[in-house]
Design a protein around this ligand. Structure first.
Ligand SMILES: Cc1cc2nc3c(=O)[nH]c(=O)nc-3n(C[C@H](O)[C@H](O)[C@H](O)COP(=O)(O)OP(=O)(O)OC[C@H]3O[C@@H](n4cnc5c(N)ncnc54)[C@H](O)[C@@H]3O)c2cc1C
Length: 468
């Protein structure tokens, strides 16, 4: 009798960890991981090309396993550069993302060693571009016109390149001076050291890019632009945990009530000189639950009016990196603009960028040698740079969630919902694709929980004879 088969599209943290759990299944399976673009088991985040790119989550919270809190910490403690660091300090370390990728490789090797001998694992390094449902499974199509069959498929497609940031001068999108994928090494290499650069975006990817450019000897001026300007804050009070707000959370969630509760707690902390982000950290274990309890209108309001503040308090940077950026800003090597690009013109040597400056309320311009798009992953599946997601959205096998933040799916199992509102028996998703459903399902502390749940659901499903 042949094994039941499952394909996982995407070999980043989510795809690999889903497979790690499936490899533990006592039932023999044929598992195929389809991965293209970034190295298997590392994905975008953990294939960083330099040690300068750090985790933005403390070591204590980066275990790949939800039920083994110290798993990463124990591994890290054994690495040469960390052996002598006391444990109480190690918990607060922001390790290089590349090193975290080595940790994931270690997990994979162990999973292979311990797998059921009758389970087959196959990694295909090709791009999946479409899926068609069959009576008892799915056909997955590749960009070389080949296809494969599986009983179930998981879309662990992860981070897609950012949306293009300007509607004017579209020809510039094809320019060699425009860097559309901020995670590619080319963004920060081969720069002319003294000529200015514009980074579009003022978030965490901007921080990486600045570090990458400086590491490569860049000495010109760096401009960064986004509607709200630079607002990132450092991680502080690492050892403090503020639990009070959790005790006061209502049974049923109402955005207005929660907003007032959060605001009051933030006020009482900031009044005594403690940062507001402790309140947001305290809400993290409840975020998915709160989000699911909100109405569509409340979610829409949150995304429009409050998500920027949430993002600032949530996505912080290590103190030493924050200080380095502030130093760059103070010495004039870096200028952060709150504004919006209005026109881009390219000449043989330069790019002229016009923008409306929200502070001065004036139209201004700068001359730069390259423009790097660091605005964050595109969420809307219909506009995605990922051909597979676009094709699935076009055929109606997946649909965007109501807020177009990802894929409409069942929160628990990740089963996608099709154009007719039916929950799929064969196609599942996880990771950032569930942003609209869970709001926070991007960082390791959240995705490790979901992939475990997903893998357990898939194992149970594959054991049911009924799927044939
Ligand atoms: C730059 C960056 C830094 C981050 N840092 C942290 C951090 O410090 N801590 C933290 O907790 N989280 C961090 N995150 C969040 C991060 O998204 C998750 O931790 C995790 O890496 C997500 O893994 P993933 O598998 O969902 O996606 P990805 O890592 O994006 O992996 C998806 C993989 O699937 C491949 N793929 C997609 N579509 C197809 C297809 N059609 N065919 C074949 N292959 C396909 C992609 O090319 C990629 O290799 C970071 C994210 C980014 C972008």
């Amino acid at each position: 009798m042949h094994n039941k088969s499952i394909a996982v599209i995407g070999g980043g943290f989510c795809g690999m960890m889903t497979a790690v759990y499936l490899l533990q299944s006592p039932q023999p399976l044929d598992i195929t991981i389809i991965n293209d673009g970034y190295p298997f088991g590392r994905g975008v985040a953990y294939s960083a090309h330099t040690d300068k790119y750090l985790l933005n989550v403390r070591a204590i919270n980066m275990s790949a396993f939800d039920d083994e809190r110290f798993h990463f910490l124990d591994w890290l403690q054994q690495q040469p550069a960390y052996q002598k660091i006391p444990r109480n300090i190690l918990v607060n370390v922001y390790a290089p993302r590349k090193l975290y990728g080595n940790y994931l490789q270690h997990i994979w090797q162990q999973a292979l060693q311990n797998k059921n001998a009758a389970t087959n694992i196959n990694i295909i390094e090709k791009q999946a571009i479409d899926i068609k449902e069959q009576i008892d499974g799915v056909n997955i199509y590749f960009n070389d016109n080949k296809k494969m069959y599986a009983n179930l498929v998981v879309l662990a497609t992860g981070n897609t390149a950012p949306r293009h940031v300007f509607n004017q001068n579209k020809e510039f999108l094809n320019s060699e001076k425009y860097f559309a994928n901020p995670w590619a090494k080319e963004c920060v290499s081969n720069v002319r050291h003294l000529k200015n650069i514009l980074i579009v975006g003022n978030g965490l990817t901007m921080i990486d890019t600045v570090q990458g450019l400086l590491e490569n000897g860049f000495k010109g001026k760096l401009y960064t632009i986004s509607p709200n300007g630079f607002k990132l804050i450092p991680h502080k009070y690492n050892l403090l945990v503020y639990e009070k707000i959790a005790e006061e959370l209502p049974e049923e969630y109402n955005l207005r009530e929660i907003f007032i509760l959060v605001r009051n707690h933030i006020r009482s902390l900031t009044n005594v000189g403690i940062g507001a982000h402790l309140v947001i950290d305290a809400l993290r274990p409840y975020t998915q639950q709160i989000w699911q309890g909100l109405s569509f209108d409340e979610k829409k309001y949150f995304v429009k009016r409050l998500s920027h503040a949430w993002t600032i308090l949530r996505h912080r940077i290590p103190v030493h990196i924050y200080e380095m950026i502030q130093q760059q800003r103070m010495n004039g090597s870096m200028e952060t603009i709150a504004g919006k690009i209005t026109a881009i013109t390219e000449t043989a040597d330069n790019i002229t960028v016009k923008y409306s400056n929200h502070k001065s309320q004036k139209e201004e311009e700068i001359i730069v040698q390259r423009v790097i798009n660091c605005t964050g992953p595109e969420c809307d599946v219909r506009r995605s740079a990922n051909e597979l997601l676009r094709n699935l959205a076009a055929s109606g096998l997946i649909i965007p969630d109501a807020l177009h933040l990802g894929i409409e799916a069942d929160a628990e199992t990740g089963a996608v919902i099709n154009r007719d509102g039916e929950k799929s028996e064969r196609i599942f998703t996880t990771g950032g694709n569930l942003k609209g459903i869970l709001w926070e399902n991007t960082a390791v502390p959240d995705i490790r929980v979901h992939v475990k749940k997903l893998a357990s659901h898939l194992s149970a499903k594959l054991q049911q004879q009924a799927i044939y």
